[in-house]
Ligand binder design. Structure first.
Ligand code: NDP
Length: 385
């Protein structure tokens, strides 16, 4: 029996994690579930799983949460600090599925307990990858990647043969606009951007997939998680999203992980690791699938890819600035304040205007993050004016 925390339990990854945990009540006991403010989903999940604690990051929602859990015996807390406290409760296994850099402190709080911390939440790894991996080493925590590409690499990469790795190849679906002209992309609406052809995901990552910033963030995430140089990480468009990523060894062997486009596959890998567990997904039907296609990404139409590549090459504060300005721009796009192509333009502008020294501490990263958000916010206001 393993004790489990799910940070971001009401989101797309959180819900997939709950689905697997609830199918195996003999194997998992839920300790804490957290959300931002979706009290209805959070309370329902806490009651279904008989969790010990439910937490809302937005303190204004605590009263509603308490009312929803009245008489259940499930404790309720609220506020960003309460999310960190819940993450630090010493559970054996924690899923980090908060969206954005808001997950950074809770992720570190979980890591400091020394258990298994599963990272779906990629933005903290982009902004503070070195701090997160150093904390895991210091506290003896096991980091497992749930992002499907990184989980695939984790499955294909033999740590004893790192020196024999030629390339890591991240696959990308290309998103809903992979065949669109720039002119057409200029008029994309939020509803079109969140309709991903292969995956069902939260709004922010869906927009990131549409701009291909998601693949840029994943490039930086891979450089943080795996001991390879950024120039060893390549991106290839693979429309079917069946191969989730590959490792190319010097002898010409290329190992790939294949699976259905359902996050429950990599999450199940992390839940059972180093064992395996059954999932409800049907096995891949290769004959029905018929073919697998690969193309080069177009970094002219998807400039986010070049911005991320430059940021990972330069290192220092660049990835944190890229991530923070992207979070602001995506939120503004989803709110209808800016156009689709303005997302990458705002990230580019923020990177050009802000070039601080490399942040070495968590506080320094958070300062860079805050400053980049402020500057990107100014650009959003210019676009609206
Ligand atoms: P969702 O938007 O579906 O869910 C986000 C979760 O985070 C919700 O539980 C939300 O609560 C909570 N949350 C939002 N803001 C805050 C905050 N300020 N403090 C604490 N909690 C907060 O996102 P996804 O599940 O799609 O993605 C989660 C993370 O996983 C992202 O980093 C994404 O890039 C990554 N990821 C997602 C994949 C997917 O298939 N969805 C695949 C691979 C990686 P509430 O519901 O109350 O708003």
């Amino acid at each position: 029996m393993r004790t489990v925390n799910i940070l971001g339990a009401t989101g797309s990854v959180g819900t997939s994690t709950l689905d697997l945990v609830e199918r195996a009540p003999e194997a998992f006991r839920v300790r804490a579930l957290t959300a931002n403010c979706d009290v209805t989903r959070l309370a329902a999940a806490a009651i279904r799983t008989n969790a010990e604690l439910a937490v809302v990051a937005d303190e204004r929602c605590l009263g509603e949460l308490r009312a929803a859990l009245a008489g259940t015996g499930i404790a309720a807390t609220g506020g960003a600090a309460a999310v960190c406290e819940a993450a630090a409760n010493g559970a054996d296994w924690t899923m980090g599925a908060i969206v954005g850099c808001a997950g950074l402190r809770p992720t570190l709080a979980a890591i400091e307990q020394g258990g298994t911390v599963v990272l779906a939440n990629k933005e903290p790894l982009v902004s503070a990858g070195a701090i997160i991996t150093a904390a895991a080493t210091q506290h003896g925590a096991t980091l497992l990647p749930a992002d499907s590409e990184h989980n695939a690499i984790f499955q294909c990469l033999d740590p004893a043969q790192i020196a024999r790795v030629r390339r890591i190849i991240l696959t990308a679906s290309g998103g809903p606009f992979r065949d669109w002209s720039l002119e057409a992309m200029a008029a994309v609406t939020p509803a079109q951007a969140v309709a991903h052809p292969n995956w069902s995901m939260g709004a922010k990552i869906s927009v990131d997939s549409a701009t291909m910033m998601n693949k840029g963030l994943e490039l930086i995430e891979a450089a943080a998680l795996f001991p390879v140089r950024p120039d060893q990480i390549e991106i290839v468009i693979h429309r079917q999203s069946v191969i989730h990523s590959m490792v190319d060894y010097v002898d010409g062997s290329m190992l790939a992980q294949l699976g259905p486009s359902d996050m429950r596959v990599p999450i199940a890998h992390c839940l059972a690791w180093p064992d395996r567990m059954a999932t409800p997904m049907a096995p891949l039907d290769l004959v029905k699938l018929g073919r697998l296609d690969f193309e080069e990404p177009d970094s002219e139409r998807f400039s986010a890819l070049s911005l991320a590549r430059s940021a990972v090459d330069a290192g220092g504060a660049r990835p944190a600035i890229l991530n923070a300005s992207n979070e602001v721009a995506v939120a503004a796009f989803l709110a209808g304040a800016i156009g689709f192509l303005e997302i990458a333009a705002i990230v580019d502008d923020t990177l050009q205007r802000y070039d601080p020294a490399a942040p070495e501490t968590l506080d320094a990263v958070l300062h860079v993050d805050g400053e980049a958000r402020r500057m990107a916010g100014e650009r959003v206001k210019d676009c609206v004016a």
